[in-house]
Design a protein around this ligand. Structure first.
Ligand SMILES: *Cc1c(COP(=O)(O)O)cnc(C)c1O
Length: 368
């Protein structure tokens, strides 16, 4: 008897998550120095972490023999103050990915369903599969969420619906009216999860106040992360903002010290570093304008982005990925998201953007 035959059957449907290719590994493979490699693959912040966060974390290292605050009181209070919500309605996780997992722990099993949009964050499927749950992808509309179709897909078995705004990997954003219509009609046996990992990159006129639904005690969880605008992806820290009832369920589902002390200290310092946030927004806007202008100039199709990345149609994306990799530029080919003709480039700082575009030009001309 093999031990595999004793494992949960739905585990076999999983493929291991494929992260953006690491710099060190690429450097070894193509014989370049790590410092000459440019990685624009995982939506990381090209400015790095907030200097204030680095200072706070350095200090925190001296007390790393002490367990972290399991309730993350200081961090939750700072988030609560910023968002005008009680600290007790904030649940932090080892990345917001962990908060997604906590929602699944609380609600999913093989009899019930998660609904997501086509072309969205790959982690949702991984999580639904881990819990053996029914997983439904609703066809996208113009590469974004079709909220009316997602509403129509909801049935008695539905427990979690994920709305990713702005969406990864397509960069699309939803309007307040679309979200309002959805919320006016969603049945109350469903938890609506607004995944807002990129919300700080949205122009303020396009931001939708989803926290309002939390304040109204609708069954809603708003997910945010320190991985993107704050540049703390390596620390693994994110959070959900939700109702007292749902917060209690999520707390019961989590491990005691799920967010580590260094991450909590870094996040606490980063949240009030307005200068770093503003600089990150500025460099991202500049980069998006650069890419959109240059791509349009070349007649390449792209999707106007509300995030810190851009999705570009290039033909055989895997070949373009390989050809760019040989030049020391790591981007992402999106076949695993059902987009085999598209690459996703994370916006970098200006020199990185230029080097990336040069590599793309060379790749496309060598392949044509
Ligand atoms: C990056 C990302 C997250 C957050 O990831 P963590 O690093 O786990 O906080 C969540 N949702 C989407 C859509 C993302 O792209």
């Amino acid at each position: 008897m093999s031990i595999e035959s004793q494992a949960n059957p739905y585990i076999f449907d999983l493929v291991r998550y494929l992260p953006g290719k690491p710099i060190e590994e690429t450097a070894r493979e193509i014989g370049m120095l790590p410092q000459d490699i440019v990685k624009m693959a995982s939506n990381e912040n090209p400015l790095g972490p907030s200097p204030k966060a680095v200072e706070a974390m350095t200090k925190c290292l001296l007390t790393s023999h002490i367990y972290p605050d399991g309730e993350a009181f200081k961090l939750c209070s700072a988030i609560g103050d910023k968002l005008d919500i009680s600290w007790s309605q904030v649940v932090v996780g080892n990345g917001s990915s962990e908060v997604i997992e906590l929602l699944c722990h609380s609600f999913l099993n093989p009899q019930v369903e998660m609904i997501v949009s086509q072309y969205s964050f790959s982690m949702y499927k991984v999580m639904a599969t881990l819990f053996g749950a029914i997983y439904t992808e609703v066809p996208a509309k113009n590469y974004g969420h079709d909220l009316r179709a997602m509403l129509a897909a909801i049935n008695d078995k539905t427990r979690l619906v994920f709305i990713t705004n702005p969406n990864n990997p397509t960069g699309t954003a939803l309007s307040a009216q679309e979200i309002e219509h959805f919320m006016a009609n969603v049945p109350d046996h469903v938890v609506v999860v607004f995944d807002e990992a990129y919300v700080e990159f949205l122009e303020s006129k396009n931001q939708v106040d989803t926290l309002r639904y939390v304040r109204e005690e609708r069954n809603v969880c708003v997910l945010r992360t320190f991985s993107k605008i704050q540049g703390l992806a390596g620390l693994r820290i994110g959070y959900g903002v939700t109702t007292p009832v749902l917060a209690d369920l999520l707390h019961k589902s989590r491990a005691p010290f799920n967010a580590n002390a260094v991450a909590q200290a870094g996040a606490l310092a980063a949240i009030s570093d307005d200068e770093h946030i503003a600089n990150s927004q500025r460099i991202n806007r500049q980069g998006l304008v650069f890419f959109e202008k240059e791509l349009a100039h070349r007649g390449l199709e792209y999707i106007p982005s509300n995030g810190n990345f851009i999705l570009i149609k290039v033909g055989n994306a895997q070949n373009v990925f390989d050809a760019m990799l040989q030049q020391g530029v790591i981007i992402r080919a999106m076949a695993s998201s059902g987009l085999p003709e598209w690459i996703r480039i994370t916006v970098g700082h200006p020199q990185q953007n230029e080097r990336c575009l040069e590599a793309l030009d060379k790749a496309l001309s060598s392949l044509s």
